[in-house]
Design a protein around this ligand. Structure first.
Ligand SMILES: [Ca+2]
Length: 278
């Protein structure tokens, strides 16, 4: 029997502009706590698209705390619609991000992940938030996986929260790139057939071949074992010497959403952080 050819399976990206290659697309940029007269242009001085340090492509998002007071927190956010996620109810989701701490304390960290909201003014129905950080001068990958349960979710947001540090002489400069919120592909139960005639497709996924039945192989074709997902190979690290990209006009909204708390203690279970392998 000739070998079966496994189907290509790919994860589904839920975020817009995950690699920041299209400035001003997808992401809202914020300061926290909100303050009066905070303009998009001012926020753009602290969070901006940069070509200085990138994980892939030509652009990463830089969070620069060197001109901020210690209590300030910077954030990037995308909103997601439950209707768009409804087809993936019950599926495994992976959120991940790469971070490079260019300047700051020996070890620095913030948080990132999703929050699911119900009625306005009430706490989140669910959240999946983990630390985002690491030591200076290397790309760190942080990721977690969870099962999507929308329930009565009315809105979802994906956030990156990075705080300043108490010692302003060590105010961080941090680059974030290749942020991802993916629906993990199912294992490929079906297979491309190289010969034989398909006579039935129970549950429309696993075909049964006529000659299998003749041979008494009632169990159907052997499906190659393929993992639930493939780990992404770290992209080659690149540190560019070119000057910083100017913050685009209108890069941030400058106002955080009222009545919503920016940070919560992240659940540690299911999270992982690992260093890039050059
Ligand atoms: Ca990028």
């Amino acid at each position: 029997m000739p070998p079966l050819q496994p189907q290509q399976v790919e994860n589904t990206q839920l975020l817009a502009n995950p690699g920041f290659e299209t400035p001003d697309a997808g992401w809202g940029l914020y300061e926290w706590p909100p303050r009066e007269k905070t303009s998009d242009q001012l926020t753009g001085h602290f969070i901006y698209y940069s070509q200085d340090v990138v994980h892939s492509g030509k652009v990463a998002l830089c969070f620069d705390f060197t001109k901020l007071t210690p209590e300030r927190l910077l954030a990037a956010r995308q909103g997601l619609k439950p209707e768009a996620l409804a087809p993936y109810e019950g599926r495994m989701i992976r959120s991940s991000a790469w971070i490079w701490v260019a300047k700051g304390p020996a070890t620095y960290g913030g948080n990132f992940g999703t929050r699911q909201w119900g009625e306005p003014g009430t706490p989140p129905l669910d959240f999946h938030i983990i630390p985002l950080g690491g030591s200076t001068g290397e790309w760190i990958h942080c990721s977690q996986e969870f099962r999507l349960k929308l329930g009565s979710t009315r809105s979802i947001d994906f956030n990156i929260w990075l705080p300043n540090v108490p010692d302003i002489t060590k105010a961080p400069v941090v680059y974030v790139d290749d942020v991802s919120l993916e629906v993990l592909a199912d294992p490929p139960l079906a297979a491309e057939l190289l010969c034989g005639k398909v006579i039935a497709k129970p549950d429309n996924r696993v075909p049964i071949l006529a000659h299998h039945l003749r041979a008494g192989l009632a169990t159907g074709p052997q499906v190659p074992a393929v993992g639930r997902h493939q780990r992404r190979r770290p992209a080659q690290l690149r540190q560019r010497q070119a000057g910083s990209a100017r913050p685009p006009d209108g890069a941030g909204s400058g106002a955080a959403e009222p009545g919503r708390r920016g940070l919560r203690d992240p659940p540690g279970a299911g999270s992982q952080a690992r260093r890039a392998q050059p």
